[in-house]
Ligand binder design. Structure first.
Ligand code: NAP
Length: 274
């Protein structure tokens, strides 16, 4: 009798655990496979504008091209005016309107922020993509990193992101519509030794975004959440969040970054010899 009850308990626990992991995996597939919300909800093809920081290179540039293809007007923000104007000309080929603002987030004065504000307030901004980001040149022990680089990481990754967000929220709230996309990183999911400032700054981005999303839910925000939309990254994120301990992943990351650091130092030594 007793063994039968124990057997039932084991079966119930087994079913619960299997259902839990199956549900999480199905949720992951749904998140990746379902199409996202159309940009037309934010004015693409009409009079909507998106502001993109870090627009001239990498992920920011790729997002600008995708949005231009979907007929979203764009305000491009980064430091280099020449690169901004080249990209502007390229994007205008898609038949959209493009404005540019040059600002160095690491050292911006209030007049620079006024320029950004003026451009943002001159049009109907319905989307903000905070993409500009700064990391370390290579993995370094925290106490060996220049303090000025530590300050710049906080300015670019955290302070500028919050200031940009403050600039767009009032009108989004009035219209009860808007998209704010803050680009994070795995270094916030798995703390990254030797990239401590960058890792901490991206953790700020993740937690700030989720807290703000929950605040804005009252104003019609559909869902405060963090997503990893690229399939292989989403799978890694699922594995990291589901299996093994945080300490396990942290130690794995430490070993990986120590390897990168060793190779970077060897490369520097070789360059010095030449
Ligand atoms: N690449 C990756 O593997 C990776 C992985 C995880 C997360 N991320 C995140 O994704 C975002 C984009 O990364 P990415 O690698 O695509 O960037 P990237 O290629 O290095 O481009 C950075 C962009 O930001 C602008 N920028 C840099 N410093 C700036 C400053 N002080 N003020 C204003 N603009 C500045 C740059 O333009 P100017 O030089 O003209 O100013 C450029 O447009 C970042 O937030 C990064 O942390 C990247």
């Amino acid at each position: 009798m007793i063994s039968l009850t124990l057997q039932n308990i084991f079966i119930a626990v087994g079913l619960f655990v299997t259902s839990y992991y199956t549900f999480r995996f199905v949720f992951l597939l749904v998140d990746i496979l379902l199409p996202g919300k159309s940009l037309s909800n934010y004015g693409a093809g009409k009079d909507g504008w998106a502001v993109v920081t870090g627009a001239t290179d990498g992920i920011g540039r790729a997002l600008c091209i995708e949005m231009a293809q979907k007929k979203m007007n764009l305000i491009l923000v980064s430091r280099n005016m020449e690169k901004l104007n080249t990209l502007k000309a390229e994007l205008e080929e898609f038949g959209i309107k493009v404005k540019v603002v040059s600002i160095d987030f690491a050292s911006a004065a209030s007049k620079d922020w006024d320029s950004v504000k003026n451009v943002i307030e001159s049009v109907n901004v319905s989307a903000l993509i905070n993409c500009a980001g700064l990391s370390h040149d290579y993995p370094k022990p925290f106490e060996q990193e220049d303090l000025s680089r530590c300050d710049d990481i906080l300015e670019v990754n955290c302070n500028s992101l919050t200031k940009m967000t403050r600039l767009v929220i009032p009108r989004m709230k009035t219209r009860r519509n808007g998209l704010i996309l803050n680009i994070g990183s795995f270094v916030s999911t798995v703390p990254s030794p030797y990239l401590a400032m960058y890792s901490g700054s991206k953790s700020f981005v993740q937690v700030f975004s989720q807290a703000l999303g929950a605040e804005l839910a009252r104003c019609g925000s559909s869902q405060p959440f963090t997503t990893v939309p690229y399939f292989s990254h989403a799978l890694i994120n699922y594995i990291v969040e589901t299996y093994m301990s945080r300490k396990f992943w942290l130690n794995l990351s430490k070993g990986h970054l120590e390897g990168i650091r060793k190779r970077a130092l060897a490369k520097q030594a070789k360059a010095k010899k030449q």
